[in-house]
Design a binder for this molecule. Structure first.
Ligand SMILES: [Zn+2]
Length: 171
């Protein structure tokens, strides 16, 4: 049995006891979360969120890419979320490579160069990366004024630590 077949069996079980068919489309906590896709992060669990309460947008690194911004704009303007959390985490795979090296390696392996993805958004400084994503979101004209806070999740302890703006730390 493939892994996908196993997940389908689990879904059959899930649907048997399903009772969430009447939830509203807008997230009830009016919260949007941008987080890394790392398999060790179960965002709903570590934030105490239930189905229907928040938008969870995930990609490699928890990066405010064009597509993440697209989702955040829709989340805020069409589905009324009012606060945004950016969550990166310790031991992130994005700290382990460099964009150019990976591009070169994949081009060599496949014999092909590609236009998209143009960037992998690998990074070397976790806190700085969180600050950059906050800045990217805050500076988007269609998200101006929405509170954005950033955090690092520790995969060893399950704890979140807030990343403050650089000027706050310097004070
Ligand atoms: Zn990660």
């Amino acid at each position: 049995m493939s892994i996908i077949d196993l997940t389908l069996s689990a879904n059959t079980e899930y649907a048997r006891g399903f009772s969430l068919g009447n939830l509203a489309m807008p997230p009830s906590r009016q919260l949007a979360v941008l987080a890394c896709m790392d398999a060790r992060l179960t965002v709903e669990n570590f934030l105490g969120l239930k189905t229907g309460e928040a938008h969870i947008i995930r990609n490699a690194g928890g990066i405010a890419t064009e597509d993440a911004l697209r989702s955040l704009v829709i989340s805020h303007h069409l589905l009324r979320t009012n606060e945004i959390m950016v969550i990166n985490h310790t031991d992130c795979g994005m700290l382990t490579f460099k964009d150019e090296e990976l591009k070169t390696k994949l081009a060599r392996q496949t014999g092909k160069t590609v236009k998209s993805p143009a960037h992998f958004h690998a990074f070397s400084d976790l806190e700085r990366n969180v600050r950059e994503q906050i800045q990217t979101i805050k500076s988007h004209p269609w998200l101006a004024g929405v509170p954005v806070r950033g955090f690092i999740y520790d995969v060893k302890t399950g704890r979140l630590q807030e990343v403050y703006a650089a000027e706050t730390v310097a004070r």
